[in-house]
Design a protein around this ligand. Sequence first.
Ligand code: ZN
Length: 306
Amino acid sequence: MHPARVSDRLLVITGDYLDEHMTVVATGDGLVVIDTLATLPATRAALPAIAAFSREPVRFVINTHCDADHTAGNQLFTGATIVGHRHAPRHDQERVFDDPQSVADIQQFIQQLETNPDHARPAARHRCYLDAYRTLLDGFVGFRHTPPVVLAAGGTGLALGDIRIELEDAAPAHTDADLLVRVPALDLLVAGDTVLGAGFVPVAHAIHGGSVTGMRAVLERLAASLPPATRIIPGHGAPGGLELIARQQDYLDALLDAVGQARAQGRTLEEIRDSLQLEPFRDHFMYDLVHAIHVEMAWRETAPGD
Ligand SMILES: [Zn+2]
């Protein structure tokens, strides 16, 4: 866990799961926390850094999306109002990502990794994935599902102190419940997993309603509209500027071009699903876990007639 005080107004705490971030904005009238760290213990360990940063109470926690690795610490912010996307699961809904069902999913995924190692994958990378997902699993000890109670649509704003925080609807991109959080006064975009850092391929979760074409459209919109000096806190990886968006666009453009070409050549999804590779991105983090699924998503999302 590494806290970085960027200014009197901005604290960015990076976790040890996959370089995820908890961003803290001091408004002068309370703190706004955007995403938690990936586990309950990691978020708990970060609380003293928040207290050292500011004496203001945490008034809002904004979840950029519902995945456990961004919401596992929600329950620690008692007294704060938790805000999420309008599609975020509510207390009375069965569809939740970050509950004991997720534990079963993560266990199953770890088992897959353990029993069926991809021999094409470098051993260090394989270990890194295993460590990361085991860390995630450990974080569920004492976990209590604490979903957002305020469900925001695009265009919602929070006005606190002299800071205005704007919520933008990005779904469907990484999931079907993605929010982008913009703080114009700080030239800040907290992107959640709609933008990942350098060295990561973008990740669209098919099982959570994500979309590769949706993500490409959002990134195009951001590239065209964000001020050049914008600081971007990605969902994972080192913060940066607009170049983070350009790198994610490179992969999605290459993916959609290649799938379009394959279709034009009369090939089938079955033929290309596991063989269509994008060489420049093969060594990127997550590529070996998500690329084949992205090929299938790109194929289905761009099918004629859709
Ligand atoms: Zn994530």
